[in-house]
Design a protein around this ligand. Sequence first.
Ligand code: B3K
Ligand code: ZN
Length: 896
Amino acid sequence: MRTEHAPTIQRADYRLLSYTVDTVDLHFRLDAEATEVRSRMLCLRNPEAAAGPLVLYGDALELVSLTIDGREPAPETIRRSSGVMAIEVSGDRIEVEVVTRINPTANTALSGLYRSRDGLFTQCEAEGFRRITWFPDRPDVMARFTVTLEGERAAYPVLLSNGNLIEAGSLPDGRHFARWEDPFPKPSYLFALVAAPLVALERRERTSSGREVLLQVWVEEGNLDRAGHAMDSLVHSMRWDEETFGLELDLDRYMIVVASDFNMGAMENKGLNIFNAKYVLAKPETATDFDYEGVESVVAHEYFHNWTGNRVTCRDWFQLTLKEGLTVFRDQQFSADMLAAAAGEAGAESARAVQRISNVRGLRAAQFPEDAGPMAHPIRPDSYQEINNFYTATVYEKGAEVIRMLHTLLGREGFRNGMDLYFSYHDGQAVTCDDFVECMAEANGVDLDLFMRWYGQAGTPRLRAEGRFDAADGSYTLTLSQHTPGTPGQADKQPLHIPVAVGLIGPDGKDLPLQIEGEHHAQLGTRVLELKTAEASFRFVGLPAEPVPSLLRGFSAPVILELEEDEARLAFRMAHDSDPFNRWDAAQRYMERVILAQAGEHAAGRKMVTPQAFGHAFRALLVDERLDPAYLAEVLALPSEAYLLDRMKPADPAALRAALIHLMRDLGHAMQGDFLSRYADLEVPGPYRYHPADAGRRALRNLCLRYMTAAEVGIAFELAQRQFEHAENMTERHGALQALTQSVAPGRETALAAFRTEFAGDALVLDKWLALQATAWRWSETQPSGLELVRALMQDEAFSLSNPNKVYALLGGFFRGNPGEFHRDDGAGYAFWADQVIALDARNPQVASRMARALENWQRYTPALQALIKAEMQRVAACEALSSDVREIVEKALGD
Ligand code: B3K
Ligand code: ZN
């Protein structure tokens, strides 16, 4: 028998609770197998809500006792249904005491209180607090928390919770306690505790108003030398938020704690952020430049949540993008500013483009496919079965794009004024996306009603552009039209308010002055057109010659631009577009065209040939020493396979892989001299420092090496080998190992084995080792298939099904990062996928659901693959005890 469908929660069903919590006093008697939690709540009747019972939520709890105003409630006053307890109470103030018992070691879902290595950690967002105690576990219930932690001193020498430490001391029998008080009312999802043997890197800083704050990064003994970069990133984030938004740290103490087992990147618990080790620990020998960037941006993201998320939080989980879209936008701006500051004035524009490119790469690879599949949802969804499934690229990344559009439309100052108003109205409240956008509108005296459609409409809009030049009067008419394809449950779409940043390039490659008919003056450079209807035309006048349009500069809206451009135009923009983002995008479009054409040839059994003109355009950039290396590394890197598959109809992963291999080999071979000389020139002298300029050189140098080893250029294997052996930092080490792995290099296996031995005790580095192999292409028939390799690696001690990072590295790497190997035509990859999803679901539904999502877009593949995937998906769906997480995914994918 199958389990029931999980109930669907509707946004429209939101109701205020009749009783909320004013204060809560928690007492934990910590034990790895049996922790006792006593919660005393002062609950208040909400005068604005309809009369009703006290509602508490609980999940996987052993209830020890429950009293209301000191008495056990009569059984007939309690109604219980799955996970909800409704108690008939009377009075405006009631004291509720609940005692529960939980088993952190048995909690393999890593939600609630769980054990990781020698410590106890919590993860409460979205609904983990109800796995600790019965509570009105909703974000609109904001209470003041006091927390007492009690445990064995030897096992748990460090006891942390939110806010300020107000008392600590010894207890009999080798036990001790600590009492924490958080002065800010907060929703239960921001509660946290840590009890573990840890040590802290500490720093004292002054906030802009002169208050001294204590910053701590807590890590396992022996890892203090990897905590410095996270600390620096935290201080930079503090300064940035003070300078950019006038927002200051509000606590006396701010802690970051590392956990080795963690479902996602990190969590913004008030004053006590808990982080996946991957986003804290970094030292040159073990972390790549990319890891350093990741640490900086995740530390910033969680820090920025203190205002956008914690001080002002979400009324309900449908509003998730209120805090996530906004906070991603803030962390993206922060990273761009950090890169620009490091680059200096002359390099700032290109440095910012590098950041923008990486954001857009992410959006196109993850969010566009999501928005075109069975899980498509607006940034503010209307319904869900499992909220954990809605921490998506749409809510986060498209959500950030929506905020960015507001920033573009209102300007920096206008946006800041809107933010100021938002905090002045809503500090300390749980609010909605409408409240946010209304502040933006009010502060700027504009009407954003039409703009609100971005919050309710799913799917990636297509922006069509057509230009007509009239040589007789020197005018250029640009007609923009929009269309959004239907998505599940939302067939009809309305026109959206789309900012379109435009430039017109003259025949000499320089931007032309832009003057729209009726205007008195021309303006130089880019300007933003606003498309608010299904179609609109803009007539530019006074043009000396036919221009080449450069549209959607800086990716001014999260849309797919449909513009007819021949190869000559693409090459022209690749060489001249003054907007560095669009210059990159021209190269990507050209590559996409070449790759998809070649994949088509391959699928039809014809020979693949790289067009000469493309080679010329590519080479012109490769040898252009005026371009910043970090930027050039982005320009010369191929579009992601995920994005290309999304653009391919039907998606044929094997043909695509063949085309990619062919193109890399062709380019590497044809330009070997250029790759070689750039490789030689780009060497970074001196000891490692994490600096964008050095990182850019290393990135481009590693990319050159990859093209060369792919093409089996004689000296390349030797260079890669030498780099692997002599590198003193992980960026170069890893780059060399990747170049060896992604090729037929004879030293491949030996290098992998040496790396495995050298880093045998280092979980994070071993994750890289797993991921490199999971994502390896098959460069020759003599190499093992991806599936064989992944199966073998599952037996390696470096792997464990219970550690999320390992699952993401090996299984995630294979399912998502290696389509060419995963989508075998015998379907063995899919059978393996189903087995793993089922096995994982029994331990950790959130991790399982992420893996399950790797095949949700199965209907995009070739008919033969579709049939194979469907059968395996049905096998998963037929399992008796699936979590609501995985069930929602497979049922939506199957269209049930
Ligand atoms: N807010 C958390 C994400 C929680 C995910 C819960 N399944 C991290 C972040 O976005 O900063
Ligand atoms: Zn976040």
